[in-house]
Design a protein around this ligand. Sequence first.
Ligand code: FE
Length: 154
Amino acid sequence: MIQPELAVAAIPSDERVWVPQAPDVWFRPLLLNTVSGGWCNLLRVRKSGVLSRHRHPMMVVGYVIKGKWFYREHDWVATEGSFVYEPPGEIHTLEVPADCAEMITFFNIQGAMIYLNDANEQTGYEDVWTKIEMCRAHYAANGLGADYVDQFVR
Ligand code: FE
C-alpha cells in the first residue's frame, strides 16, 4: 500500500511544535522516515558558537531559510537561500556566527548523525528512532499529545 502524502506549513504557527534539542536549539519534524532511515526537519538556532561536531554515514542536503552558519572545516558560509550537500563520511563542526541572532535551515538527513569529540571518538548519535522519541516526549509534556508526532512518521 502506498503511504499517505504529507503537506504542512514548514514553519509552524504553534510554537509547541518546535522540539528542544539543546539550549536555544530546536528542531521541527517534517518527515520521520522509518522505511529507509532518516528524517527531514527544520533546525532553528538562536545562539552563536559551536553546535556540534559530527559525522554523516549517509548524505545530507539542506536549504537555509533564515540566517547563516558554517562548518569550521570549510571556507564557505551558508546564507539565506543557500543549498548545501554534505557527502557520506564527512566530519564537520557546525557553527553559527556571532552576528546571526537566528538561523533556520531545512535538512534532509539520511541514516544518522554520529556525534564526535575533537579526537573523533563517538559521544552520541541520532537516528529516526531517537528523533521520534524526542518528539513523543516533548509533545506528551506540552499538551499536543505524544501521538502528535505520528502524522510525520512514514
Ligand atoms: Fe552535518
